[in-house]
Ligand binder design. Structure first.
Ligand code: DDQ
Ligand code: CA
Length: 273
């Protein structure tokens, strides 16, 4: 799996270089696929905040008033928490059953939806009282990421499939295969809905795919390897992968972090194409 992910990352970089070089005359192979002008993004660092280095971040979203909701994974350590953005302090913590491995989290209305790894079980929490909890089952192959546009849920299961789920019944309303120039993009992980697109961390890479949820086409790639490299170079060698995207829609702030990362970053994207 790790070799596969490394190959995917290498492929993305090559594809980016190739697409840039040939921008004037698209290669005929690409013309066989719908003409999508994929954009490539680097970032400028706006601010960094502390993040619990023991949080194996699986789901992240911005709530309001500088608070975030986060779900964390690992057996006997999974949690759902409300976190103060500025200090990284955990304001409210719900420890999950030790047999559960927390995954994606999203907020719709006043309810937090969460999926779990290697199970089809999910939970719905009252955002003001995590002990008010119900459960559901879903028909995705597994539970990885969740996001919402305020009406439906979007889900990922570690494949290249992006699901649209009915928040009432949790039934699958639609599935699209996420593709970049005709090739499937597997390992879709944590999700975020941003201005009509679904953004997805691609597991084991430092890349976020910007996906059109209507047809699954990748319309942009965000490259964040510099964040992980900086952490590593400053001695944080226990960190795991990039995971966790939160969008503050009102103030147009974008936050990213990773599993066991001691920092959470506010970044601004910069187009490099
Ligand atoms: N996922 O978040 C990518 C869906 C799963 C991550 C699993 C990481 C493995 C940790 C070790 C598990 C011990 C059984
Ligand atoms: Ca998210």
């Amino acid at each position: 799996v790790i070799a596969g992910a490394a190959a995917l990352a290498a492929f993305l970089l090559l594809a980016a270089a190739y697409a840039t070089r040939r921008a004037g005359s698209p290669p005929t192979a690409l013309l066989a696929h719908p003409a999508v002008a994929t954009r490539f993004f680097s970032f400028d660092l706006v601010r960094e905040y502390p993040h619990d280095p023991d949080a194996f971040t699986q789901g992240l979203l911005y709530a309001e008033n500088d608070t975030l909701f986060e779900s964390t994974g690992l057996y006997h350590r999974s949690s759902v928490r409300k976190v103060d953005l500025q200090t990284g302090k955990v304001l409210v913590n719900h420890q999950m059953d030790g047999q559960m491995f927390g995954e994606g989290l999203t907020l719709l209305g006043h309810r937090l939806f969460q999926v779990t790894w290697l199970k089809n079980d999910g939970f719905i929490y009252d955002q003001h009282n995590f002990s008010k909890r119900t459960s559901f089952t879903h028909k995705m192959r597994d539970g990885w990421g969740l996001a919402t546009d305020g009406k439906v849920l979007f889900g990922s299961d570690g494949t290249s499939m992006l699901y649209k789920l009915d928040p009432k019944s949790l039934e699958v309303m639609k599935v699209v295969t996420v593709k970049y120039h005709g090739d499937e993009v597997p390992y879709l992980n944590e999700l975020e809905y941003v201005d009509g697109e679904v953004w997805a961390n691609v597991w084991q890479t430092d890349c976020i795919a910007r996906v059109s949820p209507e047809d699954g086409l990748v319309v942009g790639w965000i490259f964040l390897h510099e964040l992980r490299r900086q952490l590593w170079n400053s001695g944080n060698t226990n960190i795991d992968v990039l995971n966790g995207i939160a969008w503050d829609e009102r103030n147009h702030r974008l936050f990213v972090t990773g599993k066991l990362w001691p920092k959470l970053y506010e970044i601004k994207l910069r187009a490099v194409d």
